[in-house]
Design a protein around this ligand. Structure first.
Ligand SMILES: NC(=O)c1ccc[n+]([C@@H]2O[C@H](COP(=O)([O-])OP(=O)(O)OC[C@H]3O[C@@H](n4cnc5c(N)ncnc54)[C@H](OP(=O)(O)O)[C@@H]3O)[C@@H](O)[C@H]2O)c1
Length: 408
């Protein structure tokens, strides 16, 4: 039976949730049925009014209040929607009841978490049930980890489809970027790094921590936190902080999509030279130490939940990345040339881009079921963007203005 809404935006009063609503108000008015959900009625009404100012067609969009601590209210909201676009975090603290309701009540789900220990918990608790019921739970559909996951998918699909080979190794080189950070992200990072249970923290540190128990591992070692020069990319590099999230997600995608028997994946941040790379790495280490030992003080100085980068910062922001894939050579053959994908957006990565990416991920699930089946995507479980959404999502992101292109 058709549900009242194709999608609901969960956490519509949050920094990212509100941006998702803005994208809909601006680019998709009247194109599908949707509702805004948040816990605080007065704040939600305020956001609704802002959307009506942006586009008067938003006046008919319903608002629903539900606190995730009230499972009855959560269930009542989830029953009404085909897909949930979840933006309310920290997810480890407040996200599980929403996923639980989706699995029980048969709604698909996407979110913007980057909390790998929590994703490990979701897989443990819900993967089998969701798979049996044909429910797709797709975490990490923001800047963490859509560029990595779909960039790798694009390159590996090209190597398979055009070169008829397996993929041996993929490196994502994160290039220049401009953007800001929100209080919600800081609260979630701190929670994932310091507050999780030891066993789930261990799962997050394991490079293959999101694979099912007993699944074969590849050649990847623990994350690389040094500097170096990549001959392949022709660039100096330093560690990319979000490798701790993205590499786990990409390796789970390889488990479902099978890019290669000996597939290996890493992420690096480009740097103009060795001194800049060393200083950048030192700054990263000092930030971690400050959060570990001066947490209270540091948190007082950073944005609070609900706060984030200005509209100007979002609109003048940008990000770029290159994904470099090496095809597996056949016996006696010289190493084939690398396949390179160029990725990017002319908006800030963490907020404007993230809100658009998770929206397009949710719409792929809500509106393109047939394409997902036809392109052989996974039909249920705790999945990744590349295993659940693949090429239909790449196409939607291109249409929304993102660069996701193989460089010939
Ligand atoms: N993957 C990425 O690239 C990426 C990028 C940005 C953010 N994120 C993640 O996205 C999440 C949200 O970030 P943000 O900056 O938008 O945070 P935020 O502004 O603090 O928003 C959090 C939202 O969660 C809602 N919420 C809090 N407790 C709730 C509860 N018990 N029941 C229902 N709703 C509740 C808040 O409602 P109220 O308005 O009532 O407080 C608000 O709508 C964070 O986990 C962050 O790490 C990920």
């Amino acid at each position: 039976m058709e549900r009242p809404y194709h999608v609901t935006v969960w956490g519509a009063t949050g920094f990212v949730g509100k941006l998702v609503c803005e994208h809909i108000a601006r680019d998709y008015p009247g194109k599908f049925r949707w509702a805004m959900v948040a816990r605080n009625k007065a704040r939600l009404e305020g956001v609704h009014q802002e959307m009506v100012k942006l586009n008067h067609k938003m006046k008919d969009v319903p608002i629903i209040t539900a606190d995730t601590h009230d499972q009855g209210a959560v269930d009542a909201a989830i029953k009404q929607t085909s897909v949930v676009i979840a933006c309310a975090g920290p997810f480890a603290k407040i996200g599980t009841p929403v996923v639980d309701a989706c699995v029980r009540l048969g709604s698909h789900y996407v979110d913007i978490t980057g909390e790998i220990p929590w994703v490990a918990r979701l897989i443990e608790t819900y993967h089998d049930k969701a798979q049996q019921k044909g429910v797709k739970i797709v975490p990490c559909c923001g800047f963490d980890s859509i560029p990595s996951d779909l960039g790798c998918f694009l390159v590996a699909s090209h190597i398979k489809g055009q070169l008829h080979r397996q993929t041996k190794e993929v490196t994502m080189m994160v290039g220049a970027a401009k953007g800001g950070v929100s209080g919600g992200t800081i609260a979630s990072l701190v929670g994932a790094a310091f507050d999780e249970t030891p066993e789930h923290r261990r799962a997050a540190m394991d490079p293959y921590g999101l694979l099912p128990p007993g699944a074969p591992h590849g050649p990847d070692k623990p994350d690389y936190w040094g500097i170096g020069y990549s001959k392949l990319a022709g660039k100096w590099h330093m560690p990319f902080i979000m490798q701790i999230v993205n590499t786990r997600v990409v390796r789970r995608s390889n488990f479902f999509n099978h890019y290669g028997d000996n597939f290996s994946y890493k992420e690096l941040q480009e740097s103009p030279g060795p001194i800049a790379a060393a200083l950048g790495t030192l700054a990263l280490a000092l930030s971690f130490a400050a959060l570990r030992f001066l947490r209270g003080l540091v948190l007082r100085l950073l944005p609070k939940p609900g706060e984030g980068p200005s509209k100007e910062m979002q609109l003048t922001g940008f990000w770029r990345a290159r994904v470099i894939g090496l095809p597996e050579a056949r016996a006696g053959e010289a190493a084939p040339a690398p396949v390179i994908a160029q990725l990017g957006d002319r908006r800030d990565p963490g907020y404007w881009s993230t809100a658009r990416m998770v929206l397009e991920a949710g719409l792929t699930l809500a509106l393109q079921e047939k394409e997902l089946q036809a392109t052989g995507r996974q039909q249920g479980g705790v999945l990744t963007a590349a295993s659940a959404l693949g090429m239909p999502l790449v196409e939607r992101l291109r249409n929304a203005g993102f660069t996701f292109e193989i460089k010939e």
